[in-house]
Design a protein around this ligand. Sequence first.
Ligand code: ZN
Length: 230
Amino acid sequence: MSKAAPSKQQEVQRIVEALSLAIAQQRLKPGTRLIETQIVEALDANRNHVQSALQRMVLQHIVTIEPNRGARVAQPEAREAQEIFIARRAIERAIISSITPDKIRAWSDKLEQQHLKEREVIKRNDRQDIIRQLSEFHLLLAEISDNQVLREILANLMARSSLIVSLYLRHDASDCQCCEHSSIIEALKTGDIRLAQTLMEEHLNVIEQQLNLTTSPEVFDLRQALRISA
Ligand SMILES: [Zn+2]
């Protein structure tokens, strides 16, 4: 059984997950060109499957495909950024509601490792690594919740969140959130779902407040820039 070739569906899913993770971890930045042949090579995949994966990611708003310009990592606008955070608050609330103290105990080693990694990257002060590790925490909670649907939705939202964070995070924003993560876990250990939800909501509010959503970076209107006022 284990030697059976993966189905097209499984292959496409594998490619979508690999690309989404790279985007969620900011290894692929907004606007990056996604060249099919390079993806085929890097993921040892079939070209057809890569095309299907990219098409699916267009529907998920993680990738854009323009005629003659090919596929690129999406560059979400400020309005979309606000909507993503509203969606994250709802989904992460649902994730927390399915995490029991038993599940936390079963995952305690992994959670401890995660906590140590977060502290380490914060100490090293490597912004890229910090963002990567901090988003990993949220994906881990989705895994612990053991709800496949919520996991898939959050994987999509985290990929889109990472695009937003790389486009809009204020340069003066502070990165330290690992203590907020710890307090969410402490609440979950005692089975206080409501407290954990409140802490998560506050945590997401803090992240959203660190974004500068009043101006759109990167978006540049040549006509407007060249307009001469009378
Ligand atoms: Zn966080």
